[in-house]
Design a protein around this ligand. Sequence first.
Ligand code: AOS
Ligand code: ZN
Ligand code: ZN
Ligand code: ZN
Length: 425
Amino acid sequence: MILNPDQLNTNKDDISIHKDQFDNLASSLSRQNIQVDQIVNKLANFQIAIPSWALGAGGTRFGRFSYHGEPSSLEQKLEDIGVIHSLTKSAGAVSLHIPWDIPKDYNAIKELANSLDIKFDAVNSNTFQDQPNAKESYKFGSLSNTSQAVRDQAIAHNKEVINIGEKLGSKSITVWLADGSSFPGQSNFQTALSHTQNSLKDIYKSLPNDWKLFIEYKPYEPYFYSTVIQDWGTSFMLANECGEKAFTLVDLGHHLPNTNIEQIVSTLMLKGKLGGFHFNDSKYGDDDITVGSIKPYALFLIFNELVYGMENNPQNPELSWMIDASHNLKDPLEDLIQSLETIQITYAKALLVDQTKLKQAQENHDVSLCQEILQNAYLTDVRPLVKQARLQQQGALDPLKAYRLLSIREQLIKERGKNTVATGL
Ligand code: AOS
Ligand code: ZN
Ligand code: ZN
Ligand code: ZN
């Protein structure tokens, strides 16, 4: 299902109230010497990749409840992203997962993506499942396995993922390993880390010059005692050992409770080693729920560091922005629309922070004022700026409302049926 632009006339009812709200906000921000046009342009250019695995209903380890009308092919996944992108104008990229998304016809896939204005962001490898007919098993690890044959299979898979990505025009690969142990004594930490380092170096050798390798970390899960790449420090160290095209990837859900993620982000950007980002939110663990649904202020503080880094750390490359989510109760497309909205809102708030004033207040050790500057930005209702950015690009003023008015899920069910299962987590 592909939306055509005149289906987007859902804006008509809301346009006049939006104009009032935007004008009010713009004039109050201009009085504070904030360049409203620049912020709106930055928002319009901010594109976030949708993970191919988040378009169907995910499950838990206890069960999975299908959502109807889910995509069953790569083509249908791209079409779903196309729908979200035409409404939000902020989902102009996809992050594919291999082997779930191997294209049958590369040219046709590239053409479809192009017609929907979707780029191929990082490709993801999968060494956390055994594939049918695989010679070796990843039950006891992949790149870290004590068996050379298993490591070789995992290395070869990652190289194949790079090849597939190259054919599509992707420029990066994300490696997330499920390698770890569930019981003390099960694994020799040093051996596992050395094997991982050597395997990554081997993969890195096959990385095209204009590509990046993202190394994702996570403290626990699927194993419960130890994880080989458990934290940003380990990822950073591995990236440094690989070379200048290797970077750390931060997934918001991959931290122990109360970790100061904004400080991690800022350290990595100072060192030029933050490569990619997986947005989601969580209360207890790697919950992968809607961005900003639990800790919106923490997300703002993270964005504040990201904006500071983007303005002050030319040594850090442009980041790959991706959502990494999984939905077991909501319509996946509605959830992604909500996440995209929150990302844009939070980015806009961070762009309002007066960095010059903040620096002065920091130098004067005016602690209250420092906090006040952040609060002032955070408490501003920036929704009119986000809407304006979408309006400029012929998107929907209210994407969720438009999605419902256009009865998109109902149409997808008509096209694809009720009993659909998408490949994914
Ligand atoms: C797993 O917890 C990680 O967040 C991965 O980034 C991701 O969910 C996985 O690679 C999807 O296949
Ligand atoms: Zn992730
Ligand atoms: Zn995760
Ligand atoms: Zn997650």
